[in-house]
Design a protein around this ligand. Structure first.
Ligand SMILES: [Zn+2]
Length: 117
């Protein structure tokens, strides 16, 4: 996958991650001021993202489905970082861009996914 294309997905993944983490912070920090929340947001936007383990701990506040999504996003961002993003975890084939557009966290090509289900 070329760099520009993976950058596009990275931006999309980060935006979704921010959305989920922001929801989590609203859930936790009800009485906190707006400035403080904004500072948190800047912090989260940095490179020090959540690890998959952190995301797992968030399960209680976010709900199982969203916590799983957050973990999938963290794994996808990790693959962007190490250059394996967009490759099927199972067979190593390039996952079609259309599939990634529909689901940026896709980890398998269509046929491996079908075989796994
Ligand atoms: Zn595959």
């Amino acid at each position: 996958m070329n760099k520009t294309v993976s950058d596009t997905f990275e931006t999309q993944l980060r935006a979704r991650r921010d959305e989920l983490t922001e929801r989590l912070h609203r859930h936790r920090g009800g009485a906190r001021g707006r400035a403080e929340a904004a500072a948190d947001k800047r912090e989260q936007a940095g490179e020090a993202g959540l690890t998959p383990d952190d995301a797992f701990d968030l399960g209680g506040a976010l709900g199982e489905r969203e916590a799983a999504e957050l973990q999938a996003i963290e794994r996808a961002l990790q693959r962007v970082a190490d250059g394996s993003y967009g490759l099927c975890l199972q067979c190593g084939a390039a996952i079609p861009a259309a599939r990634l557009h529909a689901q940026p966290t896709a980890e398998r090509c269509v046929s491996c996914q079908a075989a796994a289900e």
